[in-house]
Design a protein around this ligand. Structure first.
Ligand code: ATP
Ligand code: MG
Length: 573
Protein backbone atom coordinates (compact mmCIF):
# COMPACT_ATOMS: atom_id res chain seq x y z
CA UNK A 1 0.00 0.00 0.00
CA UNK A 2 1.24 3.46 -0.83
CA UNK A 3 0.50 6.15 1.72
CA UNK A 4 -0.04 8.68 -1.07
CA UNK A 5 -3.18 6.73 -2.03
CA UNK A 6 -4.20 5.78 1.48
CA UNK A 7 -6.16 7.81 4.00
CA UNK A 8 -3.96 8.34 7.02
CA UNK A 9 -5.72 10.78 9.28
CA UNK A 10 -3.47 11.17 12.29
CA UNK A 11 -4.08 14.07 14.68
CA UNK A 12 -1.66 16.08 16.78
CA UNK A 13 -4.19 17.08 19.41
CA UNK A 14 -5.58 14.66 21.93
CA UNK A 15 -9.38 14.58 21.89
CA UNK A 16 -10.70 16.21 25.05
CA UNK A 17 -13.14 13.41 25.97
CA UNK A 18 -10.49 10.66 25.81
CA UNK A 19 -9.53 9.54 29.30
CA UNK A 20 -7.59 6.37 28.57
CA UNK A 21 -4.65 5.56 26.32
CA UNK A 22 -6.49 3.36 23.84
CA UNK A 23 -9.21 5.95 23.25
CA UNK A 24 -6.66 8.73 22.74
CA UNK A 25 -4.45 6.67 20.45
CA UNK A 26 -7.26 5.21 18.35
CA UNK A 27 -8.56 8.70 17.62
CA UNK A 28 -5.14 10.31 17.20
CA UNK A 29 -3.94 7.46 14.99
CA UNK A 30 -7.00 7.88 12.77
CA UNK A 31 -8.13 4.30 13.40
CA UNK A 32 -11.69 5.28 14.28
CA UNK A 33 -13.83 8.38 13.90
CA UNK A 34 -16.63 9.35 16.21
CA UNK A 35 -20.04 9.82 14.61
CA UNK A 36 -22.12 10.18 17.76
CA UNK A 37 -21.78 9.26 21.42
CA UNK A 38 -20.55 5.63 21.56
CA UNK A 39 -20.83 5.25 17.77
CA UNK A 40 -17.69 5.09 15.63
CA UNK A 41 -16.64 4.54 12.02
CA UNK A 42 -13.70 2.29 11.28
CA UNK A 43 -11.16 4.05 9.08
CA UNK A 44 -9.07 1.95 6.67
CA UNK A 45 -6.09 1.57 8.99
CA UNK A 46 -8.24 0.67 12.00
CA UNK A 47 -10.31 -1.80 10.02
CA UNK A 48 -7.14 -3.72 9.13
CA UNK A 49 -6.54 -4.39 12.84
CA UNK A 50 -10.17 -5.30 13.46
CA UNK A 51 -10.12 -7.77 10.55
CA UNK A 52 -6.98 -9.45 11.89
CA UNK A 53 -8.58 -9.99 15.26
CA UNK A 54 -11.74 -11.31 13.60
CA UNK A 55 -9.61 -13.70 11.55
CA UNK A 56 -7.98 -15.16 14.65
CA UNK A 57 -11.39 -15.49 16.31
CA UNK A 58 -12.87 -17.23 13.24
CA UNK A 59 -9.93 -19.61 12.85
CA UNK A 60 -10.12 -20.73 16.45
CA UNK A 61 -13.92 -20.98 16.48
CA UNK A 62 -13.84 -23.08 13.31
CA UNK A 63 -11.05 -25.20 14.73
CA UNK A 64 -13.21 -25.78 17.82
CA UNK A 65 -15.99 -27.11 15.60
CA UNK A 66 -18.35 -24.12 15.70
CA UNK A 67 -20.24 -23.13 12.52
CA UNK A 68 -20.47 -19.55 11.34
CA UNK A 69 -23.89 -18.03 10.67
CA UNK A 70 -25.07 -14.45 10.30
CA UNK A 71 -28.31 -13.46 11.94
CA UNK A 72 -30.32 -10.27 11.37
CA UNK A 73 -29.61 -7.16 13.41
CA UNK A 74 -33.28 -6.32 13.53
CA UNK A 75 -35.31 -8.64 15.72
CA UNK A 76 -39.11 -8.81 16.14
CA UNK A 77 -40.50 -7.88 19.57
CA UNK A 78 -42.62 -11.06 19.63
CA UNK A 79 -39.52 -13.25 20.07
CA UNK A 80 -38.39 -11.21 23.04
CA UNK A 81 -41.87 -11.37 24.51
CA UNK A 82 -41.72 -15.14 24.25
CA UNK A 83 -38.49 -15.33 26.23
CA UNK A 84 -39.81 -12.78 28.69
CA UNK A 85 -37.00 -10.32 28.01
CA UNK A 86 -38.88 -7.57 26.16
CA UNK A 87 -39.62 -5.95 29.54
CA UNK A 88 -36.86 -7.57 31.61
CA UNK A 89 -33.73 -6.85 29.59
CA UNK A 90 -31.46 -4.37 31.37
CA UNK A 91 -33.46 -1.21 31.61
CA UNK A 92 -32.96 1.07 28.68
CA UNK A 93 -30.22 -0.93 26.91
CA UNK A 94 -32.63 -2.14 24.24
CA UNK A 95 -33.00 0.11 21.21
CA UNK A 96 -36.62 -0.36 20.14
CA UNK A 97 -37.94 0.57 16.69
CA UNK A 98 -41.15 0.50 14.67
CA UNK A 99 -41.62 -0.40 11.02
CA UNK A 100 -44.11 1.35 8.71
CA UNK A 101 -46.89 -0.95 9.90
CA UNK A 102 -46.24 -0.07 13.52
CA UNK A 103 -44.78 -3.50 14.24
CA UNK A 104 -42.23 -3.33 17.00
CA UNK A 105 -38.59 -4.47 16.69
CA UNK A 106 -35.27 -4.02 18.44
CA UNK A 107 -31.73 -3.71 17.20
CA UNK A 108 -30.09 -6.84 18.59
CA UNK A 109 -27.96 -6.35 21.72
CA UNK A 110 -27.44 -10.14 21.77
CA UNK A 111 -29.02 -13.08 19.91
CA UNK A 112 -30.26 -15.80 22.28
CA UNK A 113 -33.86 -15.42 21.08
CA UNK A 114 -33.03 -15.51 17.38
CA UNK A 115 -30.74 -18.53 17.62
CA UNK A 116 -33.26 -20.40 19.78
CA UNK A 117 -35.89 -19.72 17.14
CA UNK A 118 -33.51 -21.16 14.52
CA UNK A 119 -32.64 -24.15 16.67
CA UNK A 120 -36.21 -25.10 17.51
CA UNK A 121 -37.18 -25.23 13.86
CA UNK A 122 -33.95 -26.76 12.48
CA UNK A 123 -33.02 -29.29 15.14
CA UNK A 124 -35.43 -32.21 15.48
CA UNK A 125 -33.43 -35.12 16.83
CA UNK A 126 -30.79 -35.58 19.54
CA UNK A 127 -28.67 -37.03 16.74
CA UNK A 128 -28.17 -33.50 15.43
CA UNK A 129 -26.63 -32.43 18.74
CA UNK A 130 -24.37 -31.01 19.99
CA UNK A 131 -24.01 -27.97 17.74
CA UNK A 132 -22.43 -24.59 18.18
CA UNK A 133 -23.36 -21.62 15.94
CA UNK A 134 -21.41 -18.39 15.96
CA UNK A 135 -21.39 -15.04 14.21
CA UNK A 136 -19.29 -11.89 14.15
CA UNK A 137 -21.68 -9.00 14.11
CA UNK A 138 -22.58 -5.44 15.06
CA UNK A 139 -24.56 -5.11 18.28
CA UNK A 140 -26.29 -2.10 19.77
CA UNK A 141 -26.76 -1.47 23.48
CA UNK A 142 -27.94 1.94 24.56
CA UNK A 143 -25.38 2.12 27.40
CA UNK A 144 -26.10 4.77 30.06
CA UNK A 145 -22.49 5.93 30.05
CA UNK A 146 -20.77 5.19 26.75
CA UNK A 147 -17.11 6.04 27.30
CA UNK A 148 -13.52 5.12 26.73
CA UNK A 149 -14.01 4.91 22.97
CA UNK A 150 -14.34 1.32 21.77
CA UNK A 151 -14.20 0.02 25.32
CA UNK A 152 -17.80 0.85 26.21
CA UNK A 153 -19.45 1.83 22.96
CA UNK A 154 -23.14 1.74 22.08
CA UNK A 155 -22.59 0.18 18.67
CA UNK A 156 -19.86 -2.46 18.83
CA UNK A 157 -18.77 -5.72 17.26
CA UNK A 158 -19.20 -8.98 19.07
CA UNK A 159 -18.49 -12.58 18.31
CA UNK A 160 -21.39 -14.43 19.82
CA UNK A 161 -21.80 -18.19 19.85
CA UNK A 162 -24.61 -20.43 21.08
CA UNK A 163 -24.45 -24.17 21.64
CA UNK A 164 -27.27 -26.72 21.95
CA UNK A 165 -27.15 -30.02 23.82
CA UNK A 166 -29.24 -32.94 24.92
CA UNK A 167 -27.79 -33.02 28.41
CA UNK A 168 -25.60 -31.27 30.93
CA UNK A 169 -22.51 -33.40 30.34
CA UNK A 170 -22.49 -32.38 26.71
CA UNK A 171 -22.90 -28.71 27.71
CA UNK A 172 -20.03 -29.06 30.20
CA UNK A 173 -17.80 -30.50 27.49
CA UNK A 174 -18.57 -27.63 25.10
CA UNK A 175 -18.03 -25.07 27.86
CA UNK A 176 -14.56 -26.56 28.35
CA UNK A 177 -14.00 -26.59 24.59
CA UNK A 178 -14.88 -22.89 24.37
CA UNK A 179 -12.68 -22.15 27.39
CA UNK A 180 -9.78 -23.70 25.49
CA UNK A 181 -10.65 -21.88 22.24
CA UNK A 182 -10.79 -18.53 24.07
CA UNK A 183 -7.46 -19.24 25.73
CA UNK A 184 -5.95 -19.91 22.30
CA UNK A 185 -7.47 -16.74 20.83
CA UNK A 186 -6.15 -14.44 23.54
CA UNK A 187 -2.76 -16.20 23.59
CA UNK A 188 -2.40 -15.76 19.84
CA UNK A 189 -3.16 -12.08 20.37
CA UNK A 190 -0.29 -12.05 22.89
CA UNK A 191 -2.50 -10.61 25.60
CA UNK A 192 -1.83 -10.91 29.30
CA UNK A 193 -5.22 -12.28 30.33
CA UNK A 194 -6.93 -14.32 33.02
CA UNK A 195 -10.00 -16.55 32.96
CA UNK A 196 -12.02 -15.28 35.87
CA UNK A 197 -14.80 -16.98 37.84
CA UNK A 198 -17.76 -14.67 37.36
CA UNK A 199 -20.49 -16.65 39.04
CA UNK A 200 -20.26 -19.94 40.89
CA UNK A 201 -23.45 -21.15 39.32
CA UNK A 202 -26.15 -23.44 40.50
CA UNK A 203 -25.79 -26.08 37.76
CA UNK A 204 -22.51 -27.25 39.24
CA UNK A 205 -19.02 -26.14 38.44
CA UNK A 206 -18.41 -22.57 37.45
CA UNK A 207 -21.34 -21.76 35.24
CA UNK A 208 -19.95 -18.46 34.04
CA UNK A 209 -16.41 -17.37 33.36
CA UNK A 210 -15.15 -14.06 32.06
CA UNK A 211 -11.88 -13.50 30.26
CA UNK A 212 -10.14 -10.34 31.35
CA UNK A 213 -7.20 -8.52 29.84
CA UNK A 214 -5.14 -7.14 32.72
CA UNK A 215 -4.83 -3.36 32.43
CA UNK A 216 -5.14 -0.36 34.73
CA UNK A 217 -7.83 1.09 32.49
CA UNK A 218 -10.10 -1.88 33.22
CA UNK A 219 -13.47 -1.29 34.85
CA UNK A 220 -13.42 -4.57 36.79
CA UNK A 221 -11.24 -5.57 39.70
CA UNK A 222 -9.98 -9.13 39.86
CA UNK A 223 -8.08 -11.20 42.38
CA UNK A 224 -5.74 -13.90 41.13
CA UNK A 225 -3.23 -16.35 42.50
CA UNK A 226 0.47 -15.80 41.85
CA UNK A 227 1.03 -19.55 41.60
CA UNK A 228 -2.03 -21.04 39.92
CA UNK A 229 -4.70 -20.10 37.38
CA UNK A 230 -7.22 -19.23 40.08
CA UNK A 231 -8.77 -15.84 39.32
CA UNK A 232 -12.12 -14.32 40.27
CA UNK A 233 -13.93 -11.03 40.22
CA UNK A 234 -13.20 -9.35 43.56
CA UNK A 235 -16.90 -9.63 44.36
CA UNK A 236 -16.71 -13.40 43.99
CA UNK A 237 -13.15 -14.09 45.13
CA UNK A 238 -12.52 -16.41 48.06
CA UNK A 239 -9.46 -17.19 50.10
CA UNK A 240 -8.47 -20.51 51.62
CA UNK A 241 -10.38 -21.31 54.81
CA UNK A 242 -8.31 -20.43 57.90
CA UNK A 243 -7.31 -23.03 60.45
CA UNK A 244 -8.65 -22.39 63.96
CA UNK A 245 -6.42 -20.78 66.57
CA UNK A 246 -5.83 -23.43 69.22
CA UNK A 247 -4.64 -21.05 71.97
CA UNK A 248 -6.19 -22.01 75.34
CA UNK A 249 -9.16 -19.79 76.26
CA UNK A 250 -8.37 -17.17 78.92
CA UNK A 251 -11.07 -15.88 81.28
CA UNK A 252 -13.40 -13.38 79.63
CA UNK A 253 -13.40 -9.87 81.09
CA UNK A 254 -15.41 -6.75 80.50
CA UNK A 255 -13.42 -3.53 80.12
CA UNK A 256 -14.45 0.09 80.06
CA UNK A 257 -13.63 1.63 76.66
CA UNK A 258 -14.97 5.18 76.74
CA UNK A 259 -15.12 6.91 73.35
CA UNK A 260 -13.62 3.91 71.53
CA UNK A 261 -16.24 3.29 68.85
CA UNK A 262 -14.15 2.02 65.98
CA UNK A 263 -11.92 -1.03 65.61
CA UNK A 264 -8.93 1.29 65.29
CA UNK A 265 -9.76 3.15 68.50
CA UNK A 266 -10.44 -0.06 70.42
CA UNK A 267 -7.26 -1.78 69.28
CA UNK A 268 -5.19 1.34 70.07
CA UNK A 269 -6.74 1.68 73.49
CA UNK A 270 -6.27 -1.98 74.40
CA UNK A 271 -2.99 -2.41 72.57
CA UNK A 272 -4.23 -5.38 70.51
CA UNK A 273 -3.93 -6.06 66.80
CA UNK A 274 -7.14 -5.45 64.82
CA UNK A 275 -6.83 -9.10 63.73
CA UNK A 276 -7.58 -10.05 67.33
CA UNK A 277 -10.88 -8.13 67.34
CA UNK A 278 -14.25 -8.75 65.70
CA UNK A 279 -16.85 -6.31 64.46
CA UNK A 280 -20.58 -6.88 64.42
CA UNK A 281 -22.92 -5.49 61.77
CA UNK A 282 -26.68 -5.80 61.89
CA UNK A 283 -28.80 -6.27 58.77
CA UNK A 284 -32.44 -7.01 58.08
CA UNK A 285 -33.33 -10.68 58.11
CA UNK A 286 -35.44 -12.75 55.73
CA UNK A 287 -37.38 -14.45 58.58
CA UNK A 288 -36.01 -13.00 61.83
CA UNK A 289 -36.28 -9.19 61.88
CA UNK A 290 -32.55 -8.68 62.41
CA UNK A 291 -29.43 -10.71 61.68
CA UNK A 292 -25.94 -10.11 63.07
CA UNK A 293 -22.89 -10.51 60.84
CA UNK A 294 -19.56 -10.91 62.59
CA UNK A 295 -16.27 -10.23 60.82
CA UNK A 296 -12.67 -10.00 61.95
CA UNK A 297 -11.86 -6.37 62.81
CA UNK A 298 -9.49 -5.89 59.87
CA UNK A 299 -11.92 -7.40 57.32
CA UNK A 300 -14.67 -5.81 55.22
CA UNK A 301 -18.13 -7.19 54.55
CA UNK A 302 -18.62 -8.55 51.02
CA UNK A 303 -22.17 -7.52 50.23
CA UNK A 304 -22.54 -9.91 47.30
CA UNK A 305 -21.68 -12.88 49.52
CA UNK A 306 -23.86 -11.64 52.38
CA UNK A 307 -26.82 -11.09 50.08
CA UNK A 308 -26.64 -14.75 49.05
CA UNK A 309 -27.10 -16.03 52.62
CA UNK A 310 -30.67 -17.32 52.99
CA UNK A 311 -31.04 -15.74 56.46
CA UNK A 312 -30.50 -12.25 55.02
CA UNK A 313 -33.33 -10.18 53.50
CA UNK A 314 -32.85 -9.20 49.89
CA UNK A 315 -31.80 -6.68 48.91
CA UNK A 316 -29.19 -6.50 51.63
CA UNK A 317 -30.25 -3.67 54.00
CA UNK A 318 -28.34 -2.38 57.01
CA UNK A 319 -30.52 -1.98 60.11
CA UNK A 320 -31.12 1.59 61.33
CA UNK A 321 -29.35 2.71 64.47
CA UNK A 322 -32.61 3.12 66.43
CA UNK A 323 -33.67 -0.44 65.59
CA UNK A 324 -30.29 -1.74 66.69
CA UNK A 325 -30.44 0.12 69.98
CA UNK A 326 -33.95 -1.20 70.64
CA UNK A 327 -32.81 -4.78 70.03
CA UNK A 328 -29.40 -4.71 71.76
CA UNK A 329 -29.43 -1.76 74.14
CA UNK A 330 -26.23 -0.52 72.54
CA UNK A 331 -25.04 1.91 69.86
CA UNK A 332 -23.08 0.87 66.78
CA UNK A 333 -19.68 1.28 68.45
CA UNK A 334 -20.12 -1.37 71.15
CA UNK A 335 -21.91 -4.28 69.45
CA UNK A 336 -20.73 -7.85 69.88
CA UNK A 337 -21.94 -11.46 69.64
CA UNK A 338 -21.96 -12.23 73.38
CA UNK A 339 -25.56 -12.55 74.58
CA UNK A 340 -26.96 -11.21 71.33
CA UNK A 341 -30.51 -12.44 70.77
CA UNK A 342 -30.70 -12.85 67.05
CA UNK A 343 -29.25 -15.23 64.44
CA UNK A 344 -25.48 -14.67 64.12
CA UNK A 345 -23.66 -15.30 60.83
CA UNK A 346 -19.94 -15.50 61.43
CA UNK A 347 -17.29 -15.14 58.77
CA UNK A 348 -14.84 -18.05 58.61
CA UNK A 349 -11.90 -15.94 59.74
CA UNK A 350 -13.78 -14.39 62.65
CA UNK A 351 -14.83 -17.90 63.68
CA UNK A 352 -11.20 -19.07 63.73
CA UNK A 353 -9.85 -16.65 66.36
CA UNK A 354 -9.49 -17.38 70.06
CA UNK A 355 -9.44 -14.83 72.90
CA UNK A 356 -10.81 -11.98 70.79
CA UNK A 357 -12.07 -8.51 71.61
CA UNK A 358 -15.65 -7.47 70.85
CA UNK A 359 -18.25 -4.92 71.90
CA UNK A 360 -20.20 -5.76 75.08
CA UNK A 361 -23.59 -4.53 73.79
CA UNK A 362 -23.33 -1.70 76.29
CA UNK A 363 -22.12 1.77 75.29
CA UNK A 364 -18.50 2.33 76.31
CA UNK A 365 -17.67 -1.31 77.14
CA UNK A 366 -15.88 -4.17 75.37
CA UNK A 367 -15.18 -7.78 76.28
CA UNK A 368 -11.70 -9.27 76.00
CA UNK A 369 -10.69 -12.94 75.77
CA UNK A 370 -13.97 -13.92 74.17
CA UNK A 371 -14.16 -17.44 72.74
CA UNK A 372 -16.73 -19.04 70.47
CA UNK A 373 -18.83 -21.79 71.98
CA UNK A 374 -17.97 -20.85 75.55
CA UNK A 375 -19.10 -17.18 75.30
CA UNK A 376 -21.06 -16.84 72.08
CA UNK A 377 -22.37 -19.13 69.40
CA UNK A 378 -22.58 -18.82 65.66
CA UNK A 379 -25.81 -19.72 63.87
CA UNK A 380 -23.71 -20.44 60.80
CA UNK A 381 -20.07 -19.98 59.76
CA UNK A 382 -19.53 -18.94 56.15
CA UNK A 383 -17.41 -16.81 53.84
CA UNK A 384 -18.69 -13.24 54.15
CA UNK A 385 -15.72 -10.99 53.59
CA UNK A 386 -13.80 -9.30 50.83
CA UNK A 387 -10.48 -10.99 50.14
CA UNK A 388 -7.30 -9.01 50.79
CA UNK A 389 -4.09 -8.97 48.77
CA UNK A 390 -1.77 -11.58 50.23
CA UNK A 391 -4.59 -13.91 51.35
CA UNK A 392 -3.93 -17.58 50.56
CA UNK A 393 -5.51 -18.69 47.26
CA UNK A 394 -8.55 -20.97 47.79
CA UNK A 395 -6.91 -23.77 45.78
CA UNK A 396 -4.07 -23.84 48.29
CA UNK A 397 -1.57 -22.60 45.71
CA UNK A 398 0.08 -19.23 46.28
CA UNK A 399 -1.41 -15.96 47.47
CA UNK A 400 -3.84 -13.50 45.94
CA UNK A 401 -2.92 -10.29 44.10
CA UNK A 402 -5.32 -7.71 42.71
CA UNK A 403 -5.36 -6.12 39.29
CA UNK A 404 -7.81 -4.30 37.09
CA UNK A 405 -9.26 -6.18 34.16
CA UNK A 406 -11.08 -5.45 30.91
CA UNK A 407 -13.79 -8.03 30.18
CA UNK A 408 -13.10 -9.23 26.64
CA UNK A 409 -14.93 -12.54 26.71
CA UNK A 410 -17.65 -14.31 28.59
CA UNK A 411 -18.69 -17.96 28.51
CA UNK A 412 -21.93 -18.97 30.12
CA UNK A 413 -23.93 -22.13 30.77
CA UNK A 414 -27.49 -21.03 30.09
CA UNK A 415 -29.14 -24.38 30.74
CA UNK A 416 -32.80 -24.13 29.67
CA UNK A 417 -33.19 -20.41 30.39
CA UNK A 418 -34.26 -19.70 26.80
CA UNK A 419 -35.06 -23.14 25.44
CA UNK A 420 -37.75 -23.75 28.05
CA UNK A 421 -39.91 -20.62 27.62
CA UNK A 422 -39.35 -20.80 23.86
CA UNK A 423 -40.09 -24.50 23.78
CA UNK A 424 -36.96 -25.61 21.92
CA UNK A 425 -36.99 -29.38 22.07
CA UNK A 426 -35.55 -32.38 20.23
CA UNK A 427 -36.60 -36.02 20.32
CA UNK A 428 -34.36 -37.98 22.67
CA UNK A 429 -33.33 -41.65 22.33
CA UNK A 430 -36.68 -42.86 23.55
CA UNK A 431 -38.55 -40.60 21.14
CA UNK A 432 -39.68 -38.16 23.83
CA UNK A 433 -39.44 -34.37 23.45
CA UNK A 434 -36.50 -33.07 25.52
CA UNK A 435 -35.77 -29.40 26.15
CA UNK A 436 -32.33 -28.57 24.81
CA UNK A 437 -29.57 -27.27 27.08
CA UNK A 438 -27.77 -24.15 25.88
CA UNK A 439 -24.46 -22.38 26.33
CA UNK A 440 -23.50 -18.93 25.08
CA UNK A 441 -20.07 -17.52 24.44
CA UNK A 442 -19.25 -13.88 23.67
CA UNK A 443 -16.12 -12.00 22.67
CA UNK A 444 -15.95 -8.21 22.47
CA UNK A 445 -14.13 -8.04 19.14
CA UNK A 446 -14.04 -4.25 18.86
CA UNK A 447 -13.29 -3.88 22.58
CA UNK A 448 -10.30 -6.18 22.01
CA UNK A 449 -8.73 -3.58 19.72
CA UNK A 450 -8.77 -1.12 22.63
CA UNK A 451 -7.73 -3.72 25.21
CA UNK A 452 -4.71 -4.66 23.09
CA UNK A 453 -3.60 -1.04 22.91
CA UNK A 454 -3.92 -0.72 26.69
CA UNK A 455 -1.26 -3.42 26.94
CA UNK A 456 0.75 -2.38 23.90
CA UNK A 457 1.60 1.34 23.86
CA UNK A 458 4.25 3.77 25.06
CA UNK A 459 4.44 7.55 25.30
CA UNK A 460 4.87 7.86 21.52
CA UNK A 461 1.99 5.70 20.44
CA UNK A 462 0.83 2.16 19.77
CA UNK A 463 3.26 -0.76 19.77
CA UNK A 464 1.37 -3.52 17.94
CA UNK A 465 2.29 -7.18 18.18
CA UNK A 466 3.07 -8.12 14.58
CA UNK A 467 0.09 -10.49 14.41
CA UNK A 468 -2.32 -7.56 14.92
CA UNK A 469 -0.50 -4.59 13.36
CA UNK A 470 -2.27 -2.69 10.56
CA UNK A 471 0.92 -3.07 8.52
CA UNK A 472 3.88 -5.23 9.47
CA UNK A 473 6.43 -2.76 8.15
CA UNK A 474 6.73 0.79 6.86
CA UNK A 475 9.27 2.09 4.37
CA UNK A 476 10.01 5.80 4.68
CA UNK A 477 12.06 7.43 1.90
CA UNK A 478 13.72 10.66 3.06
CA UNK A 479 13.47 13.54 0.60
CA UNK A 480 12.77 11.24 -2.32
CA UNK A 481 11.69 14.22 -4.42
CA UNK A 482 15.32 15.38 -4.38
CA UNK A 483 16.98 12.01 -4.88
CA UNK A 484 16.34 9.48 -7.57
CA UNK A 485 18.55 6.97 -5.73
CA UNK A 486 16.38 7.19 -2.62
CA UNK A 487 13.19 6.85 -4.66
CA UNK A 488 14.54 3.83 -6.51
CA UNK A 489 15.90 2.02 -3.42
CA UNK A 490 12.69 2.63 -1.45
CA UNK A 491 10.56 1.38 -4.35
CA UNK A 492 12.68 -1.75 -4.65
CA UNK A 493 12.56 -2.57 -0.96
CA UNK A 494 8.81 -1.97 -0.96
CA UNK A 495 8.28 -4.19 -4.01
CA UNK A 496 10.55 -6.89 -2.59
CA UNK A 497 8.62 -6.98 0.67
CA UNK A 498 5.27 -7.12 -1.12
CA UNK A 499 6.52 -10.01 -3.27
CA UNK A 500 7.53 -11.83 -0.09
CA UNK A 501 4.00 -11.42 1.30
CA UNK A 502 4.83 -8.76 3.88
CA UNK A 503 2.10 -6.23 4.65
CA UNK A 504 4.04 -3.06 4.03
CA UNK A 505 3.21 0.62 3.68
CA UNK A 506 5.40 2.90 1.59
CA UNK A 507 5.16 6.36 3.12
CA UNK A 508 5.54 8.29 -0.13
CA UNK A 509 3.33 11.19 0.94
CA UNK A 510 4.34 14.48 -0.65
CA UNK A 511 4.33 17.51 1.57
CA UNK A 512 5.10 15.54 4.73
CA UNK A 513 8.44 16.26 6.32
CA UNK A 514 10.46 13.22 7.41
CA UNK A 515 9.95 14.17 11.07
CA UNK A 516 6.17 14.07 10.62
CA UNK A 517 6.37 10.66 8.95
CA UNK A 518 8.50 9.30 11.77
CA UNK A 519 6.05 10.63 14.34
CA UNK A 520 3.13 9.03 12.45
CA UNK A 521 5.02 5.73 12.24
CA UNK A 522 5.56 5.77 16.00
CA UNK A 523 1.98 6.78 16.71
CA UNK A 524 0.49 4.10 14.43
CA UNK A 525 3.02 1.62 15.74
CA UNK A 526 4.17 -0.40 12.72
CA UNK A 527 6.46 -3.07 14.22
CA UNK A 528 9.27 -2.54 11.68
CA UNK A 529 10.46 0.70 10.11
CA UNK A 530 12.94 1.12 7.30
CA UNK A 531 14.25 4.60 6.54
CA UNK A 532 15.93 5.10 3.17
CA UNK A 533 18.13 8.21 2.90
CA UNK A 534 20.83 9.58 0.64
CA UNK A 535 23.55 9.50 3.23
CA UNK A 536 23.03 5.84 4.10
CA UNK A 537 22.76 4.78 0.49
CA UNK A 538 26.24 6.24 -0.16
CA UNK A 539 27.57 3.42 2.04
CA UNK A 540 24.89 0.94 0.87
CA UNK A 541 22.78 0.89 4.04
CA UNK A 542 19.29 1.79 5.28
CA UNK A 543 18.19 2.49 8.83
CA UNK A 544 16.09 -0.20 10.48
CA UNK A 545 14.11 0.53 13.69
CA UNK A 546 12.24 -1.97 15.76
CA UNK A 547 9.19 -0.25 17.29
CA UNK A 548 9.16 -2.46 20.36
CA UNK A 549 12.77 -1.99 21.45
CA UNK A 550 13.16 1.41 19.79
CA UNK A 551 16.62 0.29 18.61
CA UNK A 552 17.95 1.54 15.30
CA UNK A 553 20.60 -0.29 13.32
CA UNK A 554 22.10 0.09 9.87
CA UNK A 555 21.37 -2.81 7.56
CA UNK A 556 22.80 -3.24 4.08
CA UNK A 557 20.39 -2.59 1.21
CA UNK A 558 20.98 -6.08 -0.09
CA UNK A 559 20.04 -7.73 3.20
CA UNK A 560 17.14 -5.67 4.46
CA UNK A 561 14.36 -7.57 2.67
CA UNK A 562 15.51 -10.98 3.89
CA UNK A 563 15.97 -9.60 7.42
CA UNK A 564 12.43 -8.19 7.57
CA UNK A 565 10.85 -11.27 5.99
CA UNK A 566 12.56 -13.57 8.44
CA UNK A 567 11.66 -11.48 11.48
CA UNK A 568 8.04 -10.91 10.47
CA UNK A 569 7.47 -14.60 9.70
CA UNK A 570 8.80 -15.58 13.11
CA UNK A 571 6.49 -13.04 14.77
CA UNK A 572 3.23 -14.02 13.09
CA UNK A 573 1.12 -16.34 15.24
P1 ATP B 1 -20.04 -5.32 30.42
O1 ATP B 1 -20.09 -5.97 31.79
O2 ATP B 1 -18.68 -4.81 30.06
O3 ATP B 1 -21.13 -4.32 30.21
P2 ATP B 1 -21.53 -7.52 29.48
O4 ATP B 1 -21.19 -8.51 30.51
O5 ATP B 1 -22.81 -6.81 29.52
O6 ATP B 1 -20.33 -6.45 29.39
P3 ATP B 1 -21.79 -9.61 27.52
O7 ATP B 1 -23.26 -9.63 27.37
O8 ATP B 1 -21.11 -10.64 28.33
O9 ATP B 1 -21.35 -8.15 28.04
O10 ATP B 1 -21.17 -9.47 26.06
C1 ATP B 1 -20.05 -10.22 25.58
C2 ATP B 1 -18.85 -9.32 25.37
O11 ATP B 1 -19.16 -8.17 24.57
C3 ATP B 1 -18.30 -8.74 26.66
O12 ATP B 1 -17.45 -9.66 27.30
C4 ATP B 1 -17.55 -7.51 26.16
O13 ATP B 1 -16.24 -7.87 25.77
C5 ATP B 1 -18.32 -7.08 24.94
N1 ATP B 1 -19.14 -5.89 25.23
C6 ATP B 1 -20.24 -5.81 25.98
N2 ATP B 1 -20.72 -4.56 26.04
C7 ATP B 1 -19.88 -3.80 25.28
C8 ATP B 1 -19.84 -2.41 24.94
N3 ATP B 1 -20.75 -1.56 25.38
N4 ATP B 1 -18.84 -1.97 24.13
C9 ATP B 1 -17.91 -2.83 23.67
N5 ATP B 1 -17.90 -4.15 23.96
C10 ATP B 1 -18.86 -4.64 24.76
MG1 MG C 1 -20.38 -10.31 30.43
Amino acid sequence: MKASRYTISTLKETPSDAEIASHRLLIRGGFIKKLASGIYSWMPIGLRVLRKIEAIVREEMNRAGAQEVLMPNIQPAELWQESGRWQQYDEGLLLKLFDRNQREFCFGPTHEEVITEIARSELRSHKQLPVNFYQVQTKFRDETRPRFGLMRAREFIMKDAYSFHLDEQSLDAEFRNMYDAYSRIFSRMQLDFRAVIADAGAIGGNASMEFHVLADAGEDRIAFSNESDYAANIEMAESAAPSPDSTAPAPMETIETPNARTIEAVSNLLGVDAKQTVKTLIVKGAKAPLIAIVLRGDHQLNEVKAAKAEEVASPLTMAAEAEIRAATGSGLGSLGPVGLEMPILVDRDAAAIANFVCGANRDGYHHINVNWQRDASATRVLDLRDVLEGDPSPDGKGTLSFKRGIEVGHIFKLGDKYSKPMNATVLDESGKAATMMMGCYGIGVSRLVAATIEQYHDDKGMVWPTALAPFEAVVIPVNAHRSEAVQKAADEIYAGLIDAGIEVLLDDRDGHRPGAKFADAELIGYPHRIVVGDRGLESGVVEYTCRKTNETTEVSVTEIIARIVETVRSERT
